[in-house]
Design a binder for this molecule. Structure first.
Ligand code: OGA
Ligand code: NI
Length: 378
């Protein structure tokens, strides 16, 4: 497999389509009945009648709503070993049981989080011609894009995005980042620094929780100066027929771990839990963390990546910033030797991330098909 140089069809910007005022969506965005976003367990903050749920899959956490676990990191570096251990245990349980959790008191400035959302909203609110200067291609995906995958005739998602490299420094090229608003490059450089630092802490906790040396995952990803970090800013325009389409198709994140800053007002992210889709209720100033396929491989499936998708609505646009924390792309990723035993042999054979991500780059989001196909081969 090699990567593609060009999109298979003319690119349509979903935001432009939405702003044209159409009342029904083009057939390219309409999903088959079985894949439409009906039939979900959700917590919708804008609709109080839905806040009481029939199921309580989460151990409840005292709220009575289904939501992914929320973990307070305040005591992570506490002198008090009991408090510190409790944080580690909460993270361990969330990784094992959910693969998705939110963190508060994470150390990243709330002001910076707010500015990061604002600069990207400003970027997307510019005229189309300005954004087109950053149009991306499937060879690197860097820049302004409107699809994932290059299959001709594929059903498309109701979103546009901007994708950029933050780490390693050798791939960071600020001239490829939007020049407007003027503060964007500086805000995103600072935001990246804070989020990457947080990512390092979370990798450390996961390593310890897996019974590995605390720098195991960071080193497996190439170490501090070689680790990959890419930002995808998703823009989900309002949609006149939100029940027929998705903002982002079901997928697991192909990389190591994702740190998502969701929209502060509009929900939309759904996480698969058995046969249900749970709408995440974002907590103010929290980040959403999820396990990607590479940590599933490295942990020999002690931790699993979890399928998720995004639904859209007819009232409000939604912006989210996903920082993908990835292995350096040419390193072989395989289950940690310490986690391979007679009872639990290695489930995956070694593969570089460069090779791994070609699949989603060619085929687009396909649930957990890729990581599951790897396991069945061995
Ligand atoms: C992603 C993703 C979720 C969201 O970008 O991979 O899952 O809420 N985003 O935008
Ligand atoms: Ni994702």
């Amino acid at each position: 497999m090699t990567s593609c140089q060009a999109w298979p069809e003319p690119v349509v910007r979903v935001q432009a389509l939405a702003e044209s005022g159409l009342s029904s969506i083009p057939s390219r965005y309409i999903r088959p009945l079985s894949q439409r976003p009906s039939n979900t367990t959700s917590f919708t903050p804008h609709n109080p009648s839905q806040t009481h749920l029939h199921h309580d899959l989460d151990s409840g956490r005292g709220h009575g709503h289904v939501n992914i676990p929320v973990i307070d990191l305040k005591h992570l570096y506490s002198e008090d070993q009991v408090l510190r251990k409790k944080v580690l245990e909460e993270v361990a349980e969330a990784c094992r049981e959910w693969g998705f959790f939110q963190v508060v008191n994470h150390g990243v400035s709330h002001e910076l989080m707010k500015s990061a959302r604002e600069v990207w909203r400003e970027f997307f609110n510019q005229p189309l011609e300005v954004k087109e200067e950053y149009a991306n291609s499937p060879s690197t995906y860097e820049g302004y894009g409107s699809r994932l995958g290059v299959q001709k005739g594929a059903t498309l998602d109701w979103s546009d995005y901007f994708f950029l490299h933050y780490m390693p420094p050798s791939l960071r090229n600020q001239t490829k980042w939007p020049a407007f608003p003027p503060s964007l490059r500086k805000v995103i450089a600072e935001y990246g620094e804070g989020v990457v630092r947080l990512g390092g802490r979370i990798l450390q906790m996961m390593s310890i929780n897996l019974g590995l040396k605390e720098d195991f995952l960071l080193n497996a990803f190439g170490g501090e100066s070689e680790i990959g970090a890419c930002l995808r800013v998703n823009f989900y325009p309002k949609c006149p027929q939100p029940d027929l389409t998705l903002g982002l198709s079901p997928h697991s994140d192909p990389g190591g771990m994702t740190i998502l800053l969701p929209d502060d007002f509009v929900s939309g992210l759904q996480v698969r839990r058995g046969d249900e889709w749970i709408t995440v209720k974002p907590i103010p100033n929290a980040f959403i963390i999820n396990i990607g396929d590479q940590i599933q491989v490295l942990s020999n499936a002690t931790y699993k990546s979890v399928e998720h998708r995004v639904i859209v609505n007819s009232n409000q646009d939604r912006v989210s910033l996903a920082m993908f924390y990835n292995p350096r792309s040419d390193l072989l990723i395989e289950p940690a030797k310490e986690l391979v035993t007679k009872e639990k042999p290695a489930l995956y054979s070694p593969m570089t991330y460069d090779e791994y991500r070609l699949y989603i780059r060619l085929n687009g989001p396909c649930g957990k098909a890729q990581v599951e196909s790897l396991a069945s081969q061995s």
